[in-house]
Design a protein around this ligand. Structure first.
Ligand SMILES: [Zn+2]
Length: 151
């Protein structure tokens, strides 16, 4: 069934199958304050796949690979569709890599990454529920604890 609750967009990006509770976090990752065009979102839509989902439609903007990877951290079941002239010309199933390099901040104050300029590195232990481990201090973080870099 087509989602009709949010207006269709002519060109842009649709992020679907986001857990409802993580929809605002995903919007924040995308730095919406820098957008020049409308963003529409809906929450608490029924989803056979994940129960309650959110959908984000972004007008006239396409995501970078790095942004798609960040979405995978919070929404491993999300799909990202590229819309051109009201049609989805490409549908990407997001995928969480085994290792996240330069994507997350380690918030452990004694971790070397908080003292020196070191590119962060996390190993993905589990996708759902998310569990990642800092390569340097070995602290393990869950989904609600991870701090995703904005840039
Ligand atoms: Zn660390």
């Amino acid at each position: 069934m087509k989602e009709r609750r949010i207006p269709a967009i002519k060109d842009g990006t649709v992020i679907d199958h986001i857990p409802s509770r993580d929809t605002f976090r995903i919007i924040r990752i995308l730095n919406p304050q820098e957008f020049k065009y409308p963003i529409n979102l809906a929450l608490n839509l029924d989803s056979k796949k994940i129960g309650s989902k959110g959908v984000i439609k972004i007008d006239s903007r396409f995501l970078t690979q790095s942004e798609v990877n960040k979405i995978a951290i919070l929404a491993p079941n999300a799909t990202v569709s590229i819309i051109k002239n009201y049609k989805a010309i490409e549908k990407i199933q997001v995928k969480l890599p085994e290792e996240l390099v330069g994507v997350l901040n380690c918030t452990n104050p004694v971790c070397i990454t908080s003292k020196e300029i070191v590119i962060s590195k996390f190993k993905v232990l589990r996708e759902e529920p998310l569990e990642v481990k800092c390569h340097y201090c070995e602290r393990v973080y869950g989904k609600d604890e991870v701090e995703i870099k904005r840039k």
